[in-house]
Ligand binder design. Sequence first.
Ligand SMILES: O=C(O)CCC(=O)C(=O)O
Ligand SMILES: [Fe+2]
Length: 333
Amino acid sequence: MIAGLDLSAEMQMSAATPPMGELKTHNHLLGDRPALDTAWERDGYWFFRGVLDAGAVGRLRQVYIDELERQGVIDPVGEAPTDKSVRYNGVSLAAYPFRMEPIAARAPWRSFVAEPPIRAFFTRLFGEEPFWVPVVEYRATPPQQDPARSRFDGVHQDGPYSPGIPFRICWIPLAEIDSDVGGLALVEGLTERINRHPLADGSNTAIPVDSLPADAWRRTTYQAGDVLLMNLWTPHSGLSNRSDRFRLSMDHRVMGRSEGCPLVGQLLAIDATSVTLVAEGREIILRLDADTYVRNDVGRKLAGDAIGEFYKPGQEVIVAFDGNRATVVRPPH
Ligand SMILES: O=C(O)CCC(=O)C(=O)O
Ligand SMILES: [Fe+2]
């Protein structure tokens, strides 16, 4: 199971990892939106090197370090710098929270995106205020226990899991992520809006590596301060961590305020025909139909009674809509 997605196939079947080329950097295009848009459609991503304020990234990283110390899986770091990441001390991971629920519960993304230099960077990038879709994964990935398995955690596109929400994936390394630590690898130049996932019983399964061009894989040695934004249709995968350190990253979803943002609010009621929520200070009712992608926390489409069994009044929901019809209903995490 990949954090956040159920790709049905437990892990990528292919054993061989294709060669990894170096990501392009798009820093020189900042401030030129038409050129950025062209690069987005051509490359399927924007990679900006060293643009996020070191203090802000460091404060977010500290939340992870504190939690790793609390879990007892790193030795206390004291005043030592952590921007090269921290070493796993080998303590059992039997109780380790692989989806970082203790961090997710504190939602440190809120204070991170409110940091003035972070807000300023994204406002400049979009030419307007960013809207942060509260779909966030906090990854503190320990060294991979089984070196025999594929390095790909699971090749996927995010688009098929959130149809109708035109966000950009925003993947933020919080400490150095070199080729041993793994990090994120993507296929450059595949931006066609098609679902490349084979379906099994109506659910997406991992994209077979051999269905993708072998010479288009890209990654880099990521540093704190870098940010990678990805197109919804860009195939990508986490790479397993073969180092002795933790891989620290946060992946978030972002869009411009004017780009058809979903509603984010508190659920009042839901069944197979309608959803009622409080968002933007008012009560909103939207129609659901069989095509509405009402999904659970691992991306499975729910129907009929399963909707009411999964969703509970009071919880936070993200709802995309078209007129008075909901197109997507999903939980934040
Ligand atoms: O960080 C990872 O391992 C995967 C991230 C990812 O799939 C995403 O940000 O959409
Ligand atoms: Fe993804």
